[in-house]
Design a protein around this ligand. Structure first.
Ligand code: SF4
Ligand code: SF4
Length: 256
């Protein structure tokens, strides 16, 4: 598949979002006075994937090991600038107010940050005239083209790996220990902005290594909860810490 693309600067992609942020971007986002959420999912991880399973290895690189009861799991934590309506950095004329410091994902959009997700223009916010034939090439034979976008993706990949330990420490500091099952949804924590900023700074400054933490699962589907309990996992019935609060963001309808 070939895709041509040029941004029309319509600003539609800067509304009603959770913008994934690196640790450094989250610090800057919070310091500007804006809210950051912590999204968590986890996946049972009984054995290491073979080297040819690139998708599993990608997941492995972005996750840290934990135990849920007797079940080994890999936990992925995403920091996200969260807002309804326009992004707090969007100017009235639809320009980005932090253009030179905008997050990596904003620079990469509308390309996918996950190499295993195929770009589908119909699922993007961009208007039809942003995809007109003859504009600069974005995909050629299904592959991203252009040194800049490829460099940005590599940067994101490298930073995701570097940020892992800080995210693990952050969760410990904030009492965050509950995740949705991968591909079913996210557990979304919304810590107080000042607390989160302070905890992030502490997590960055801590030199200690961490043991294997205990994590809980949450699910809005009864069959999932039953399956998890069957394999020895811990399922949360509510808040597990007085300092953490979360909502469940499910991809599927709830079942009792
Ligand atoms: S940071 Fe800038 S580019 Fe990113 S969503 Fe906000 S306004 Fe848009
Ligand atoms: S929605 Fe697409 S065309 Fe519009 S500003 Fe965002 S990237 Fe550009």
């Amino acid at each position: 598949m070939n895709v041509d693309f040029e941004c029309t600067k319509c600003g539609k992609c800067c509304h009603d979002l959770r913008v994934p942020l690196t640790v450094a971007e989250a610090l800057a986002w919070l310091a500007r006075g804006d809210e950051v959420q912590v999204l968590c999912d986890a996946l049972p991880w009984l054995e290491e994937p073979p080297q040819h399973n690139l998708q599993a290895l990608q997941r492995r690189r972005r996750s840290f090991a934990a135990m849920s009861g007797s079940l080994p799991v890999m936990v992925m934590v995403i920091l996200a600038g969260a807002y309804e309506g326009p992004c707090p950095n969007l100017l009235p004329d639809m320009r980005c107010g932090i253009y030179e410091q905008r997050p990596l994902v904003c620079r990469i959009y509308p390309a996918e940050t996950n190499p295993f997700i195929e770009l589908n223009p119909s699922q993007k916010a961009c208007p039809p005239n942003a995809w007109a034939p003859g504009l600069p090439g974005l995909l050629r034979s299904g592959k991203l083209v252009g040194a800049e976008i490829l460099s940005l993706l590599q940067q994101k990949h490298d930073i995701d790996v570097c940020d892992l330990l800080v995210k693990q420490k952050l969760c410990r500091l904030l009492g965050i220990d509950c995740a949705a099952v991968w591909n079913e949804g996210f557990v979304v924590y919304s810590p107080d902005r000042v607390d989160l900023l302070e905890a992030l700074r502490q997590a960055i400054g801590q030199s200690s290594t961490l043991g294997i933490p205990t994590w809980y699962f949450a699910s809005n589907r009864r069959t999932t909860r039953e399956a998890l309990l069957t394999v020895g996992a811990l399922c949360s019935q509510g808040l597990t810490s007085s300092t953490a609060r979360y909502e469940y963001l499910g991809f599927f309808a709830a079942t009792d």
